[in-house]
Design a protein around this ligand. Structure first.
Ligand SMILES: [Zn+2]
Length: 314
């Protein structure tokens, strides 16, 4: 019997689809535009069509789907997702099962990132793992004693909304000083824009002009060039991350904290700095009990995480 799994990384703009061998990773992958404007049923139909184009379904054991938002994994429904504003309580699992006649498992994308690390990444062979996905927002996934920690109603481990400074900037969730409001790519870009008047000569804006884009990458690259505004932003980022990760270490006592998401491409730059500050704050008995590392899964993290949801449930 085949062991291969289909992993679906459901994004607001693109859907990534991969055929995954549990031992060797991705065998084949493809992507299509999500086209949410077509409506839930048509979006699912197009995804399933694509799957049958790229793989012989009879050689697949199950399907895993990672989606942003609040997911009821037992019922297989998306309760609410910021990326799909019209999708309230949509039966994603049942709809895919109807088309493919395979077992389908769904989970929140940050939780799926944690499972992806456990099966394929830096969490391999470990039972106590915390993953932070650093991107537009900050997602959290916690594995403790080998199991995903989901909480009472399945929506726990919102580590990005841990308040690290109650006097900090306002967050999309309405609170002040959440980790996400201080250390996500969105936050760093906001800090850069706030500094535009005072630091018009900043290398951040030179890079923005050259590349036609202002993102976390431009800020980190300007920091490497010892730019003053970029250094201020970087220090704020490192401070917020180290406060957040220190609490994570104290609460979960993990073997490893894995930093994933788009910003992890600059992990070599910020992990040593964060580590230094976490070690300064951590209770002595925790020192030396944990690692902080960058994810190595890169652009495949979404597909591998989705496949891992199915593997975890089979
Ligand atoms: Zn928040």
């Amino acid at each position: 019997m085949t062991e291969n799994i289909i992993g679906i990384d459901l994004g607001g703009t693109m859907v990534k689809i991969g055929i995954v061998d549990p031992k060797n990773g991705i065998l084949k992958k493809d992507e299509i535009e999500t086209k949410i404007e077509l409506g839930f049923e048509r979006v699912v139909e197009r995804i399933c069509q694509k799957i049958t184009e790229i793989v012989d379904i009879s050689n697949v054991r199950a399907v895993g789907v990672g989606s942003p938002g609040s997911i009821d994994h037992d019922k297989g429904i998306i309760k609410f997702s910021p990326n799909f504003p019209d999708w309230n309580n949509v039966p994603l699992k049942a709809e895919i099962e109807k088309h493919l006649r395979l077992s389908v498992f769904i989970e929140n994308d940050a939780n799926s990132a944690a499972l992806g690390e456990k099966w394929f990444g830096e969490g391999k062979g470990k039972d106590h793992i915390v993953v932070l996905t650093l991107g537009t927002g900050i997602g959290g996934g916690v594995i403790t004693h080998g199991k995903l920690l989901t909480g009472n109603t399945g929506i726990g481990a919102e580590l990005g909304h841990m308040i690290v400074d109650p006097h900090g900037p306002i967050c999309g969730c309405g609170n002040y000083g959440c980790l996400e409001a201080m250390a996500s790519a969105t936050a760093l870009i906001r800090y850069a824009n706030e500094g535009r008047k005072r630091f018009p000569e900043s290398k951040i804006f030179e890079l923005e002009k050259q590349r036609g884009v202002l993102g976390a990458r431009e800020i980190f690259d300007a920091y490497r060039l010892k730019d003053r505004l970029a250094t201020r932003i970087f220090e704020t980022f490192v401070e917020a991350m180290s406060v957040g990760i220190t609490s994570i270490i104290h609460i979960f006592n993990p073997q490893v904290v894995i930093l994933g998401g788009g910003m992890s491409k600059s992990a070599d730059l910020f992990i040593p700095k964060i580590r230094e500050k976490v070690d300064m704050r951590a209770i002595p008995s925790f020192l030396g009990t944990f690692e902080i590392v960058g994810s190595k899964l890169g652009n495949d993290a979404g597909i591998l995480g989705a496949a891992a949801i199915a593997l975890e449930n089979l």
